[in-house]
Write a protein that binds this ligand. Sequence first.
Ligand SMILES: [Zn+2]
Length: 106
Amino acid sequence: MRHPDFVAIKRLIPPRRLLGAVGWTPLTERSGEARGPCPIHSKGNKRSRVFAVSDRAWYCHKCKTGGDSIDLAAILYNLAARDAAIRLCEIVGLELPTVDHATLFP
Ligand SMILES: [Zn+2]
């Protein structure tokens, strides 16, 4: 049985790629960290900078939650990690990278 390759998916699709696909744009950007409104909780407040995203990770200082691109897709689309990984690949038009069950659980 084959499973989504979470490591490859996280490497190929950084959080910014997903955020761009859902129409998020940063208000500030410096030292590799972009900030802007939180796509999870503050859809109304366009001037908020509570949401921070770097190359591989994101964190919302109001939601007190963060993670990687798969975590973000899971929250935005209310999906389990496996389905979030699949959705993530669909959004950016990437063929789902998979691994054998044996590779995950040798
Ligand atoms: Zn938030």
